[in-house]
Design a binder for this molecule. Structure first.
Ligand SMILES: Cc1cc2nc3c(=O)[nH]c(=O)nc-3n(C[C@H](O)[C@H](O)[C@H](O)COP(=O)(O)O)c2cc1C
Length: 198
């Protein structure tokens, strides 16, 4: 089994989402001895925010790419190849300002590409990254799965939508939430880790 682990918190070893995604990876490794794991830390190895040259490269046929446009498309081509080559994708995703961190959004902007990872067909939108299993560990100061802030969670619904849009529909999400809430925060990470079922 080929596991791809994507880290998106800028907080290094202090990161709760990384601790949670690490725990998911560990349990996957225990369940499938001999698995190969590749890790990409988007805080230390970020993808660039989309510039005009990236967008032009995405919409230029491969046989018409200039060396500059080929270079502009390189990040995207590598990220998509990496995704295609994985069986299981594990993502650590902190909530910042009610959604995902920009590092993760920038990576998403390089992998969601018309006619490459999705297309609009006569039957509607069709994703091409199929046959994958995804686990996401989300950390947040507040509680979002229930209560008054539930409508303001723009992390989990977005992640579920955008990955299913490109064909990754088998998604399991674990949440270390309420980290800033006294009485909840102290045990939130351990509870999330204990709930992981592979
Ligand atoms: C800049 C910033 C913005 C944050 N925004 C939110 C937020 O909108 N909602 C929330 O519940 N927690 C918020 N938090 C708390 C983080 O979600 C929490 O600290 C979490 O552990 C961050 O993940 P990490 O430890 O993997 O970096 C924010 C924290 C920071 C530093």
């Amino acid at each position: 089994m080929k596991i791809f682990h994507l880290i998106s918190s800028p907080r290094g070893e202090a990161s709760v989402s990384t601790k949670l995604s690490n725990a998911i990876v560990e349990k996957l490794m225990q369940a499938s001895i001999g698995s190969r794991i590749t890790t990409r830390n988007l805080a230390t190895q970020p993808f660039p925010q989309l510039k005009a040259s990236h967008i032009t490269s995405f919409f230029t046929p491969a046989d018409q790419l200039t060396p500059e446009l080929e270079e502009a498309a390189r990040n995207s081509e590598e990220a998509i190849a990496q995704l295609m080559d994985s069986d299981v994708i594990v993502i650590g995703a902190p909530m910042y300002n009610f959604t995902i961190h920009t590092a993760l959004k920038s990576w998403i902007d390089h992998i969601v590409r018309a006619n490459k990872t999705f297309a609009f067909t006569e039957n509607g939108a069709q994703g091409f990254i199929t046959g994958k299993k995804m686990y996401i560990g989300i950390s947040s100061g507040g509680v979002f799965t229930e209560g008054p802030f539930k409508p303001y969670d723009f992390a989990e619904p977005y992640l579920r939508f955008i990955f299913s849009f490109i064909g990754i529909t088998d998604i399991t999400i674990y949440r270390a939430q309420g980290l800033s809430v006294p009485g909840i925060g102290e045990t939130a990470l351990q509870k999330a880790i204990d709930s992981i079922v592979i």
